[in-house]
Design a protein around this ligand. Structure first.
Ligand SMILES: [Zn+2]
Length: 155
């Protein structure tokens, strides 16, 4: 809540100045009561919410309020009943922290199991021996096959 940051003061020339921040707006009003008359001016600026208490610099009849709000920096100059607002949006609003969602690491458990090489333990020592091709049907048999598994021809 920025209610406690609302400002009210009376400038050197007797102008009562109010600066408040109801919601998204900065409202500056200046009022002056003279004998027999009452004058008031008001300026509403869509400043966003104040992010820090406004600073007031008074220089004689002239007051300058510096406001830092979510829509940028604003300077309000009040002199008598004249209110001028200048915005300096080159000052970026406070950054909104982006939601940083860490990427879920791929589970290493998904690596496929290498099929175990399955050398026939009986022929492992003969691994260098070329496979036997049947002379009759061309069936490719094991090196130690004595008969063709396809057609039964003795190899
Ligand atoms: Zn054969």
């Amino acid at each position: 809540m920025s209610d406690t940051w609302d400002l009210r003061w009376i400038s050197a020339d007797g102008t009562e100045i109010n600066v408040e921040n109801p919601g998204e707006y900065t409202i500056v009003s200046a009022e002056r009561s003279l004998p027999g008359q009452f004058e008031q001016t008001q300026n509403t600026t869509e400043s966003g919410s104040w992010v820090e208490p406004p600073q007031v610099n008074q220089d004689g009849d002239r007051s300058v309020v510096t406001i830092v709000a979510t829509h940028g920096r604003f300077e309000v100059e009040i002199e008598g009943l004249n209110i001028e607002v200048q915005s300096d949006n080159s000052v970026p609003p406070p950054p909104l922290m982006p939601l940083m969602m860490p990427l879920t690491a791929m589970s290493p458990s998904l690596i496929e199991d290498e099929p175990e090489s399955t050398p026939n333990s009986a022929t492992a020592s003969n691994a260098a021996k070329p496979a036997t091709t049947c002379t009759q049907c061309g069936h490719l048999g094991q090196p130690d096959d004595r008969f063709c598994a396809q057609c039964g021809t003795a190899l």
